[in-house]
Design a protein around this ligand. Structure first.
Ligand code: PLP
Length: 425
């Protein structure tokens, strides 16, 4: 008789996992109120500004600016840092595409630096070798919610006069040495799309303590059409339109309906962040005791991992040669949702590999803008490639919102597969 659920046995878990997003009457009321008020857009509204102020303070920042997406937050922050064609920006290869394509969008070149194999975050020891006289910025990604090793990153940035833009899209409520993520570098960029730890339909937010960077971000996010901090810059403008449109910009304003939902969801964030953090830490402790799988390393500077993604390293010892793919399928069958995560590094996708056709005229990769061309087919980050190919397993943030016993189910299912791996060979 088969024991494993993938072979027809009884799954370890049949009860449902927590749903995401967590919606209650307060969300419905907040949105209805805006709809009834007729003040739907940011211009003339108050909700976007209120959310910015609350969320920025929560992350330890003075200023926030909501924009249309996390991707827009990265792009606008890079423009506000005065990145220009020909500049270079250091990015990790194991992240969502937007971290690197935001750099291309401002005409600059992403330079990939490998990750540390035990944290999956940018390896500070490799950064300096990648710095040239064109390097202007570093984008550390707090991947999955696990804070990056910011001390050496900030020290390198200071030594070379580089800006630091933290990609915090997985890290709402996360803390490094008790400081909010997004408050350590020059700016933070958060995604607020539906799957993120704090979500509305689609949006993002830039956080910063630098008023000048905020000012430029405001300009680049909507032509300075009036969404400047209510009552300050706006009221100093002369009447009429003559002094507007000082920079080439787009329109990435958020609307008041999204902002109202963000405010009501934000009221739940700290409680959710605590639950995710407690359960994720607990699961990591359980996993550390099972041979063949292991948690990422938690360094002392990590004061709060908020587990947007909990990543397991599957090494397979004691699983009788079971492949990662088969292990993942068997775990899903046991009622434990998981995925293999990214199967390729960012630079292995066509936008980089076939830059000549995927980017308009190959710009900025081809054409030697300011003298430098880069062939991403030659880029090789061995650790990131290896883990995409053979090692990772992802568990998503909503799994960590329930009781601690849910984590016991995960560990029990892993143990069960390990004990019965023979069935799958
Ligand atoms: C690490 C990272 N950066 C940036 C983004 C882009 O955010 P958005 O989808 O809101 O544009 C994402 C979103 O998936 C992400 O995971």
């Amino acid at each position: 008789m088969a024991k494993l659920a993938i072979n027809g046995g009884t799954p370890v878990r049949t009860s449902p996992w927590p749903k995401w997003p967590e919606v209650d009457e307060s969300d419905v009321q907040a949105v209805s109120e805006v709809i009834r008020s007729g003040r739907w857009g940011r211009l003339g509204g108050t909700k976007s500004a209120e959310f910015e102020q609350k969320f920025a303070a929560y992350q330890g920042c003075q200023y926030g600016l909501t924009v249309s997406s996390g991707t827009a937050a990265l792009e606008i922050a890079l423009r506000a840092m005065k990145l220009a064609p020909g500049d270079e920006v250091i990015v990790p290869p194991y992240t969502f595409m937007a971290t690197a394509t935001a750099v291309l969008q401002v005409g600059a070149l992403p330079i990939f630096v490998d990750i540390n194999p035990r944290t999956y975050n940018l390896d500070p020891a490799l950064i300096e070798d990648a710095i040239t006289d064109r390097t202007r910025a570093i984008i550390p990604v707090h991947f999955g919610g696990l804070p990056c090793d910011m001390d050496p990153i900030m020290a390198i940035a200071r030594r070379h006069g580089l800006k630091v833009l933290e990609d915090c899209s997985h890290a709402h409520g996360g803390q490094w040495k008790d400081k909010g993520l997004g408050s350590i570098g020059d700016a933070g960029a958060f995604s607020l799309m539906s799957g993120k730890n704090l979500a509305t339909g689609e949006a993002g937010i830039i956080t910063t303590n630098d008023p000048e960077l905020l000012g430029w971000s405001v300009l680049y996010h909507d032509f300075w059409r009036g969404a400047v901090r209510a009552g300050s810059v706006e009221s100093e403008l002369p009447q009429g339109w003559t002094t507007r449109f000082p920079v080439l910009a787009g329109n990435d304003r958020t609307n008041e309906i999204e902002a109202a939902l963000l405010l009501s969801q934000f009221a739940k964030l700290e409680d959710q962040a605590r639950r995710r953090s407690r359960n994720g830490d607990y699961l990591n402790r359980l996993v550390a005791q099972i041979e063949g799988v292991r948690p990422l390393r938690t360094d002392p500077y990590v004061t709060r991992n908020v587990y947007h993604i909990l990543t397991l390293q599957y090494t397979g010892e004691g699983f009788g040669g079971l492949s990662r793919e088969k292990f993942s399928q068997a775990l899903n069958a046991e009622g434990i949702p998981n995925s293999l995560g990214y199967l390729k590094t960012v630079y292995q996708h066509p936008v980089f590999r076939e830059a000549e056709t995927a980017l308009p005229g190959g710009f900025p990769v081809k054409g030697g803008y300011y003298g430098r061309e880069i062939d991403y087919n030659q880029v090789h980050c061995p650790e990131a490639e290896r883990l995409c190919h053979e090692e990772t397993l992802w568990f998503g943030q909503s799994m960590f919102l329930g009781p601690q016993s849910d984590m016991d189910d995960v560990a029990e299912a892993i143990q069960k597969i390990r004990a019965n791996a023979r069935e799958l060979r």
